[in-house]
Design a protein around this ligand. Structure first.
Ligand code: AMP
Ligand code: ZN
Ligand code: FE
Ligand code: FE
Length: 299
């Protein structure tokens, strides 16, 4: 079956269920891991995935809170990769957050990320906007814990604070986005390598928010090569047509269809990318991902 049945692919569910994509202060989210879990509980979610960029540093705290509140925490990670010069994000679910090999691999990605951040602030300084990563980190207002990552949204916050730009959008359009004047993208691993890392750590692999890669031809090539278990069909940046297209793609490649808000909390009063719980899948989908991961752990 190719596109048949996709006409009926609507918003999956509106209450209960799982939001499979959220960020915390372990990366560029604004809420502590335990607070994401509290918000999920309040939103009536049965399950929440914490998927911070290149780190599992928020998982233990989120898990402890989820156990207290009786909601299911899906331990996750969102790995930064590059294909054809485009940033591609690969989600891993049910990875073992204590797997030494995974931890070492993620730590390598964080070193690349730290170098990239300094290259960006150096470029900003050259552009007449003097700013250092030490300042960006100091402005977090809390010490950075082991394994926590800093990213472009934090640099954007610093630009807003200095009055260089009005808001996040202007910060990314003018400076930090792919066409921005201070954008740098150092070599990183490719999507299929991230998929292998996730499988090695006993996890299930999902391609995040395909619409953000700007080319469905590229998306197809990536899916063909990395063979993910799922595709994030519902995402805060996907409109109804994107959902239809990526649902068709998921069916064609026999992938599970997942949903995630990509909640990052609020910056300057605006929630990025969507409110927690605004994209949900049923617990059956969560269970499918769990089964895939469990089979991988046993082999
Ligand atoms: P990084 O991982 O440091 O490269 O930063 C990537 C993050 O930047 C993404 O997870 C988004 O949350 C955020 N981001 C990217 N583009 C935009 C945008 N145009 N507006 C707001 N946030 C963005
Ligand atoms: Zn982010
Ligand atoms: Fe992402
Ligand atoms: Fe994300």
């Amino acid at each position: 079956m190719t596109t048949g049945g996709c006409a009926e692919v609507g918003f999956p569910i509106q209450r209960g269920g799982a939001d499979l994509h959220s960020h915390t202060t372990a990366s560029d989210g604004m809420e502590l891991p335990r607070d994401n879990v509290r918000l999920a509980h309040r939103a009536g979610l049965e399950a929440l995935a914490v998927t911070d960029h290149d780190t599992v540093a928020g998982i233990a705290e989120a898990m402890a809170e989820a156990n207290k509140l009786g909601i299911h925490l899906v331990p996750g990670v969102e790995i930064s990769t590059v294909e054809a010069g485009v940033d591609i994000h690969v989600l891993g679910y049910y990875v073992n957050d204590r797997d030494p090999v995974l931890l070492e691999r993620l730590s390598g990605l964080r070193r690349t990320r730290d170098r990239r951040n300094v290259m960006m602030t150096d470029k900003l300084t050259e552009l007449g906007i003097p700013i250092t990563m030490e300042e960006v980190v100091a402005e977090l207002g809390r010490p950075l814990a082991d394994g926590e990552t800093v990213g472009r949204p934090h640099i954007a916050d610093a630009l807003v604070r200095r009055g260089v730009v009005q808001d996040m959008r202007e910060a990314f359009d003018k400076y930090l986005g792919a066409s921005g004047a201070a954008y740098v993208n150092p070599p990183r691993i490719r999507p299929h390598e991230a998929a292998d890392w996730i499988r090695d750590a006993g996890g299930a692999v999902v391609l995040a928010h395909p619409v953000l890669y700007g080319s469905d031809e590229l998306v197809e090539r990536i899916v063909y090569e990395m063979k993910p278990d799922g595709i994030e069909v519902w995402h805060s940046d996907h409109d109804e047509q994107d959902v239809q297209r990526y649902a068709a793609l998921a069916q064609r490649f026999n992938c599970i269809m997942t949903a995630g808000s990509d909640f990052h909390g609020a910056r300057q009063g605006k929630v990025f990318h969507g409110q927690l719980g605004s994209r949900r899948v049923s617990m059956d989908t969560v269970n499918e991902l769990y089964q895939i991961a469990e089979r991988r752990r046993l082999t």
